[in-house]
Write a protein that binds this ligand. Structure first.
Ligand code: S3P
Length: 176
């Protein structure tokens, strides 16, 4: 149960925050999208273009399921991974799941120029983000913890995660 798993919408900073968090805790940082690209031998946009989303989701499920068997990892997951209910349940049982939460305006801002996210290839990107966000947010909110990232520095978000995860434990140790 040592693992820390970051979930949340595209653009919330799961990879950046995850890698800083891992450094701080001396955990191993893993980005599931990067592992998927390595396994497929191509970029995520290419996987979507050539094989389609269904194929990507199968690969994503298999790779993440195997990764969380490793000890002491910080895992940054792709924004759609937990929409697979079975995978969400696996993650909840294999570590502490942290949802990084951002407002829609932060997400629009961060994602408006993104060109490597096939889920956003849509005529009306703003509406697409809004629709996906509404669909996914209820699932993200079931994480063990939710951390609001709006207007915060990476360092402060990392400190907040450490605090919610270990703060109380540290207090208990002092009190003993
Ligand atoms: C996806 C998010 C992406 C990547 C893929 C699909 C999604 O990861 O897994 O493009 O469905 O939200 P990020 O959340 O890191 O952008």
């Amino acid at each position: 149960m040592d693992n820390i798993i970051l979930i949340g919408f595209m653009g919330v900073g799961k990879s950046t925050i995850g890698s800083e968090l891992a450094k701080k805790l001396s955990y191993i940082f893993i980005d599931s999208d990067q592992k998927i690209e390595e396994a497929a031998g191509m970029s995520i946009p290419d996987i979507f273009r050539i094989y389609g989303e269904k194929y990507f989701r199968r690969l994503e499920y298999k790779i993440i399921k195997d990764l969380v068997d490793m000890p002491r990892i910080v895992l940054a997951t792709g924004g759609g991974a937990v929409m697979n209910r079975q995978l969400f349940d696996i993650l909840m049982s294999k570590g502490t799941v942290i949802n990084l939460e951002a407002s829609l305006s932060t997400l629009y801002d961060r994602l408006k120029k993104s060109d490597n996210r096939p889920m956003l290839d849509h005529n009306d990107r703003k509406k697409r983000i809004e629709d996906l966000y509404r669909l996914r947010r209820p699932v993200y909110m079931k994480a063990h913890y939710t951390i609001d990232i709006d207007g915060k520095e990476v360092k402060d978000i990392v400190d907040e995660i450490v605090e919610v995860m270990f703060g109380r434990e540290e207090e208990n140790i002092v009190l003993k």
